[in-house]
Write a new protein. Structure first.
Length: 384
């Protein structure tokens, strides 16, 4: 599931970068007396000195001049060769900080390189992060990346996480870098058991909250799963594809609105539209990941428990016990090697699909089909 989360996050980041790029290209202007500059390509020549903060937004940015203040730069390719007396905040596909920075550097992107002297802290996150031999960090280095190489000197401490990590430069403080194992490496059995127990506890806690706060919705979902499993499969597949389509639609809508507002030269509305779009993407993605990671397990677990012991509707404690038993089966099966991933996919499709179908039926004003129950015994009339 970690790969799915990472790929979904990468899709959203790519969409955001596309929206920012469109907005930047459309502007092609300087604002606030040159304090904010946007365009397809921006170059600050070596002889130009900026008195105050500078904000740059472009596909390609080259800063050879000097900034007596803070520098904020967002784009595709960033090359910071000049000096900055304040802090530097950058984000892009390729970011290189080769000039002198007296303050902090905070940067994120695909490939990050620090090859100049940094006076204070460096906070960096990206696919490949490098502090070259000509670079130095006067404070602490806080880093997260796939490949992290520290060949320059760090006066403070190094804290971070990386897929691969190496250091040849000197270090003045402590070093605490967690090297994450590769996804293809075997996972220790003890770690797998601990992860399964944690997942089980989270399912029980969220399931208890759902039974307490949303009992009708949860019962409708597990009832739909037991009564209409094939319909639940269809609903699950539709939900998974629907999420991808919804993300693409939101991104396209953000781009189109950015184009429209950019052509109308309404910069403030573009900013509001971007923030609203990002918030919408964040909420939708959070709900989707929550459903994929836990809600599907809760619905399938409760349905399994009800199959074994039907007739406990209305008693929350009995339902919680059934959920605990069914969720244990779900966690064990999805944690098995080789078949666990496929089992998890089936649980997600069934559980999320049943929830989606039940929600659709509720919206349409129809109740889920009732389960077949044992006929009640005939009443015995009293004898005279």
């Amino acid at each position: 599931m970690n790969r799915i989360v990472r790929r979904g996050s990468a899709l959203i980041v790519a969409g955001v970068l596309a929206v920012v790029a469109v907005s930047v290209v459309l502007a092609q202007e300087d604002f606030l007396g040159g304090k904010l500059r946007a365009g397809e390509s921006i170059t600050i020549p070596a002889g130009e000195a900026i008195d105050g903060d500078l904000y740059l937004f472009a596909g390609t940015i080259t800063m050879d001049g000097s900034v007596d203040g803070d520098l904020v730069a967002f784009g595709g390719t960033l090359q910071i060769n000049g000096s900055v007396t304040g802090d530097v905040l950058t984000s892009g596909g390729t970011v290189t900080v080769a000039g002198t920075v007296n303050g902090d550097v905070r940067t994120a992107g695909g490939q990050l390189t620090v090859s100049g002297p940094i006076g204070e802290d460096v906070l960096a996150g990206g696919g490949q992060v490098t502090v070259s031999s000509s670079g130095s960090v006067g404070g602490d280095l806080i880093v997260s990346g796939g490949t992290v190489s520290v060949n320059g000197d760090v006066d403070g401490s190094i804290l971070g996480r990386a897929g691969t990590y190496s250091r040849t430069g000197s270090l003045g403080g402590d070093e605490d870098v967690a090297v994450a194992p590769d996804d293809d490496e075997p996972v220790l059995a003890g770690n797998a058991v601990v992860d399964a127990l944690r997942h089980y506890v989270v399912i029980l806690l969220l399931g208890a909250l759902a039974l307490w706060l949303l009992p009708r919705a949860l019962r409708a979902a597990e009832g739909t799963l037991r009564a209409k499993p094939l319909l639940s499969v269809g609903g699950g597949l539709a939900t998974l594809f629907g999420y991808v389509i919804l993300v693409v639609v939101i991104i396209l809508l953000m781009i189109l609105l950015a184009i429209a507002f950019g052509l109308a030269r309404i910069g403030a509305v573009v900013a509001i539209e971007l923030v609203a779009g990002l918030l919408t993407l964040g909420v939708v993605t959070f709900l989707f990941l929550l459903a994929v990671a836990f809600v599907g397990d809760i619905v399938v677990g409760l349905a399994l428990g009800r199959l074994v012991a039907p007739g406990s509707e209305g008693n929350r404690w009995q339902e919680l016990g059934l959920l605990a038993a069914g969720a244990a089966v779900v966690v064990i099966v999805t944690s098995l090697p080789f078949v666990g991933g496929w089992a998890k996919l089936a649980v997600v499709i069934l559980g999320v699909g049943a929830l989606a179908v039940a929600a659709f039926r509720t919206w349409r004003g129809t109740r889920p089909p009732p389960m077949a129950s044992q006929p009640a015994p005939a009443a015995v009339e009293p004898t005279a």
